[in-house]
Design a binder for this molecule. Structure first.
Ligand SMILES: Cc1ncc(COP(=O)(O)O)c(C=O)c1O
Length: 457
């Protein structure tokens, strides 16, 4: 479940382990004293003084190659094209547009997004964040179909708002809030590596997960939408055949397919949108990197017939056409195109994957290596047969890498989630593989003394 993921992921390198300087320690303490504490976010380990390209820098002059970035660093931090877009909007005095007025940057972005989106997706709405974008998609699906239920996979996260939390299925975010949105149904997350039946035949595994979907759709005629990431959060890559069958089932039952591409859009998987590897959804949701690693911004792009709720206001957001955000998002898409980042993700992803597979060949604890493009994951196990999750090794390895200036996230407690900016170099990816190899060798030579210094990311 994503809960263990996030709790495993949430831990952080203790400030003491990073030997932060006195001024940074003071800042970390002030942070702890003033922010409401929340799991996954407090306490912090260090402070960023600069984020540029693929790296974040601290006050002590250390830098971290960032394979985490909360997923916003698709084109790297502080990209000159993003800086120029912001400077241009401020210089032109076009940084906000109230409702009732359109503006050139908003229309340009809408047209640009449609031009790169999978064919058939032609209508957009923008909003401040990914959670809201998922909620717009769900509202659109409900209003368009006249139905009220949603389907999503267990353990998934589709945002922090009430509706997004309900649609997703991570108990960490849901529990304790009382009744959430009624009609949010959940299916077992397809997991070929740890499927509960112990099967290895991918077709047979897919067939069983599809059977569960088919039975649910037959029994639940009020489902408006199936919401899912096309590549799951633990980097499990469904087969094309799986998504084709899901697509067919959705169409047959009048259910809209919503792809949450908040993480995967704009090149990460080696295609502009992960959907291109599989099928075209009815609604595609973008966010995170869309804001250039600077601004919160997100949106949806939907099929033409879904332009059917003009009597409602599903995207009634203050910043729904913010020209500054739109200028930045256009710069992001243009940068991905101009710098050939889609092909780069594909090529460097294959190189990185090969390096990680070498680790799998060398170390018994590397149970599974999976992913697509620069969206990879390494699943650590205590034993390859039992596939028992090895959270301690994952935590120790994260600590090792953090001390060597490499930051990444853990999911499900034991899965190294490796998502570098698409502008990363081949040499930097080799550095990551070398640091993991060094850490794994050290761990194999002797168990870490005492508790690992990291309980997550
Ligand atoms: C897959 C997915 N969907 C939705 C969201 C929510 O996006 P935001 O944090 O911008 O609201 C996230 C954020 O982590 C996400 O990973």
């Amino acid at each position: 479940m994503q809960t263990s993921v996030n709790q495993g992921e949430s831990g952080r390198l203790l400030a003491a382990d990073l030997a932060i300087d006195a001024a940074t320690r003071d800042l970390v303490d002030r942070d702890a004293a003033v922010f409401l504490h929340q799991a996954l976010s407090t306490p912090v380990a260090n402070a960023v003084v600069r984020a540029e390209g693929c790296r974040i820098h601290d006050a002590a002059g250390r830098s971290y190659l960032d394979l985490h970035g909360n997923g916003v660093h698709t084109i790297g931090y502080h990209h000159p094209a993003v800086v120029a877009a912001i400077e241009g909007a401020l210089r032109d005095g076009l940084a906000f547009a109230p409702r009732r007025f359109t503006n050139l940057p908003a229309v340009r972005l809408a047209e640009k997004l449609v031009s790169v989106a999978p064919a058939g997706l032609s209508r957009v709405l923008f909003c401040p964040g990914g959670s809201e974008a998922v909620e717009m998609a769900v509202m659109l699906a409900k209003l368009h179909t006249g139905r009220w239920q949603t389907l999503a996979y267990q353990g998934t996260f589709h945002g922090a708002g009430f509706q997004a939390v309900a649609v997703g299925a991570d108990p960490h975010f849901r529990d304790g809030l009382g009744p959430l949105l009624p009609g949010a149904l959940h299916l077992e997350l397809p997991d070929p590596y740890r499927n509960p039946w112990g099967w290895t035949d991918r077709e047979r595994i897919d067939e069983e997960y599809l059977r569960q979907l088919r039975v649910t759709l037959e029994q639940q005629p009020a489902v408006a939408a199936l919401v899912s990431e096309p590549v799951f959060y633990n980097s499990t890559v469904p087969t094309r055949g799986f998504w084709e069958r899901v697509r067919e089932l959705c169409t047959r039952h009048g259910v809209l397919l919503v792809f949450d591409e908040i993480y995967t859009a704009f090149g990460r998987t080696g295609a502009m949108f992960a959907a291109e590897h599989f099928v075209t959804p009815d609604i595609l949701v973008v966010g995170k990197g869309f804001g250039g690693g600077v601004l919160p911004f997100a949106g949806i792009v939907a099929r033409e017939p879904l332009n059917s709720v003009g009597h409602k206001s599903i995207g009634h957001y203050t910043h729904e056409k913010n020209p500054l955000c739109c200028a930045v998002a256009t710069a992001v898409i243009e940068t991905v195109e101009r710098e050939g980042l889609v092909a780069r993700a594909r090529e460097l992803g294959a190189h990185f994957l090969a390096g990680l597979r070498d680790l799998q060949a060398e170390f018994e604890c590397v149970g599974n290596v999976t992913g697509l493009g620069l969206n990879l994951a390494v699943d650590l196990v205590t034993n390859r047969d039992s596939r028992r999750r090895d959270g301690d090794t994952a935590a120790a390895l994260l600590a090792h890498c953090m001390q060597r200036g490499i930051s990444f996230k853990l999911v499900q407690g034991n899965v190294l989630n490796l998502k570098p900016p698409l502008v990363v170099s081949r040499g930097e990816l080799d550095e990551v593989v070398a640091a993991l190899r060094e850490g794994l060798r050290a761990l194999r030579a002797g168990p870490p003394r005492g508790r690992p210094t990291v309980s997550g990311a």
